[in-house]
Design a protein around this ligand. Structure first.
Ligand code: GRG
Length: 292
């Protein structure tokens, strides 16, 4: 699994390098910041989900890798903006100074904006898929997953919820919007590229839903138990901020059991697929065992 993830990460890194060329001129600092944050590392989980799902449906690797690069750019934008002083005010991301620390706040805002925009531009380009209807659907789904009803809405919910009492229902909804929707998109995009039948697509969506929740529970566990050096970012931030999380509501043991149950359930959603879905089965286990 480690090898499969490393080789997929290398492929998506090369594609992002190609899709984000440096330019000369007064705007060169913007490109430097975009490349700094995007090529800085990270698990490349979302790209892996795109290419692994695309594999089930026989999608050409050149299409899948562009969609994988696009979602990683959008994810990187969210991390850059999340780290800003107006949000989480973090100094470290992926083991390196955050974008605004390395450059400056204005450059970091613009780098995030430009990565977000580039992500949609890539989807709309003809090289992504020969069928314009497929490209259009990818744009629509990414907009829904990442916008006010998805990730950005989830971030607003998170900011509004600080110092508020939250129950399991509220925390689940918040995390589903903030993190789950983009993970869901990453899986669904592979099915859209392969024009998967409705039933197969529903199985992939169900898998992604469970995986997204398990991912977030593990994220909450790592915030409590993880090692900052291994994670490349600060730990203990949720407790410091007095945030309600799956761990604060369930406790460590029940949260771990819940994540494990969700991963088993995610894998069971793939029953109707053959061995081509093995990477998705294996990555679900990786999500449970990850240390960063
Ligand atoms: C600022 C518009 C805006 C949105 C921010 C996703 C998000 C919303 C903020 C990220 C903050 C955070 C730590 C969320 C918890 C889960 C998460 C998305 C972690 C980071 O994703 P990983 O673990 O990171 O996949 P790498 O570095 O491996 O890509």
């Amino acid at each position: 699994m480690k090898e499969a993830m490393a080789s997929a990460a290398a492929a998506v890194n090369a594609e992002m390098d190609r899709l984000l060329p440096m330019v000369d001129g007064p705007e060169s600092r913007l490109f430097e910041a975009m490349r700094y944050s995007t090529l800085a590392g990270g698990k490349r989980l979302r790209p892996f989900l795109v290419t692994s799902t695309a594999r089930i449906f026989g999608v050409s690797p050149s299409s899948a890798i562009r969609v994988a690069a696009s979602v990683e750019m959008l994810h990187t934008y969210s991390l850059i903006h999340d780290d800003l002083p107006a949000m989480d005010d973090d100094d470290l991301r992926r083991g390196m100074p955050t974008c605004h620390r390395k450059f400056d706040e204005a450059t970091a805002i613009l780098a995030g904006d430009a990565l977000l925009t580039r992500a949609f531009e890539i989807l709309a380009e003809p090289e992504t898929h020969a069928d314009p209807a497929v490209r259009c659907e990818l744009v629509l789904l990414l907009g829904r997953a990442s916008g006010a009803h998805g990730m950005v809405g989830g971030q607003m919910f998170d900011l509004a919820a600080k110092d508020e009492e939250m129950d399991m229902h509220a925390v689940t909804r918040l995390q589903q919007m903030k993190t789950g929707r983009l993970i869901g998109y990453s899986c669904e995009a592979g099915a859209v590229l392969g024009k998967a039948p409705r039933q197969a697509r529903a199985h992939v969506q169900a898998y992604a839903h469970d995986l997204g929740l398990a991912f977030q529970i593990v994220d909450d566990l790592l915030d409590v138990e993880g090692d900052a050096a291994e994670m490349g970012k600060a730990a203990g931030k949720d407790a410091d901020a007095g945030k309600a999380t799956f761990v604060s509501l369930l406790g460590v043991e029940r949260a771990r059991a819940q994540a494990s149950m969700l991963v088993d359930q995610a894998v069971s959603r793939l029953e109707s697929f053959d061995e081509k879905a093995d990477l998705l089965r294996d990555v679900a286990k990786f999500v449970l065992e990850r240390r960063n």
